[in-house]
Ligand binder design. Structure first.
Ligand code: 5GP
Length: 191
C-alpha cells in the first residue's frame, strides 16, 4: 500500500533493536481517516473469504480490527494479556513472547467468543518474529475454528515471523513489508 509506505517514511522513527515507532498515526495517536483506508484495503483482500469474525490482541490491534470489522460487518474479539497468576477454566490460553518488551506473558480469550464454526481473520499492527500471530493462531486452533488469514499493517520482513507463519500454509497479507531499517533512520521496502 503505497500511501502507507510513504507515511512510514515520513513519520516512522527507527529505534535501536530494530524497533519502528509509528506512534503519530498508529500506536499512540491514531489517524482514524488513514486507518479507515487500511481497513478498506484489508476488506478488498479478504472480502471473498467468508470471514465471520475478526480476532486481534490488545492493545494496538484493537483500533485497526474495529475499523476493519465495519467493512466486513462482523464482530471483533481481542485476546487479553493476562497479568493474574490463575487462569480461569473457561478460557483458552497460550504463552506469547513480546518482541518489544522482551518478556513472556499469558494470553487468554473466553471460550464464549471463539467457536469451531468461525472463519477468522486475524488483524495486527506489526509482524516481527511471529510470536503474537502464532499465539493467536494457537487460540483459534484451541477453539477448533478456521484461520482464514492474517492482515498485518507493517511486516518487518527481515525478521522471520512472516516466513514461519506462511510456511504453515496460512495466508498473510501485509500492507507494508520492510526489507531493512538502519539506525540512521533509513527504511526500505520489499518490491
Ligand atoms: P512478533 O510477536 O511478531 O515478534 O511481534 C509482533 C508484536 O510486537 C506486535 O503486536 C507489535 O505490538 C509488537 N512489535 C514488534 N515489532 C515492533 C516494532 O518494530 N514496532 C512496534 N511499535 N511494535 C512492534
Amino acid at each position: 500500500m503505497k500511501a502507507l509506505e510513504e507515511r512510514i517514511v515520513k513519520d516512522g522513527k527507527v529505534f535501536p533493536g530494530q524497533v519502528l515507532k509509528v506512534d503519530c498515526f498508529l500506536n499512540h495517536q491514531v489517524d482514524v481517516a488513514f486507518l479507515n483506508e487500511i481497513g478498506r484495503e484489508f476488506y478488498r483482500l479478504y472480502k471473498d473469504s467468508g470471514v465471520n469474525k475478526i480476532f486481534t490482541i490488545e492493545a494496538s490491534g484493537i483500533g485497526i480490527a474495529c475499523i476493519t470489522a465495519q467493512y466486513f460487518n462482523v464482530p471483533v474479539v481481542f485476546a487479553k494479556k493476562s497479568l493474574g497468576k490463575n487462569i480461569a477454566s473457561d478460557v483458552y490460553s497460550t504463552k506469547v513472547r513480546s518482541f518489544t518488551h522482551g518478556r513472556e506473558y499469558d494470553v487468554i480469550v473466553s471460550q464464549e467468543f471463539l467457536h469451531k464454526e468461525d472463519r477468522i481473520l486475524i488483524i495486527d499492527d506489526f509482524l516481527a518474529q511471529g510470536c503474537a500471530l502464532n499465539g493467536l493462531i494457537d487460540l483459534i486452533n484451541c477453539a477448533g475454528a478456521e484461520v482464514v488469514g492474517a492482515g498485518i499493517v507493517i511486516e518487518k520482513a527481515f525478521q522471520q515471523g512472516g516466513d514461519i507463519i506462511r510456511s504453515k500454509g496460512i495466508r498473510v497479507e501485509s500492507l507494508a513489508r520492510i526489507s531493512s531499517m538502519s539506525d540512521d533512520g533509513s527504511i526500505t521496502f520489499c518490491d
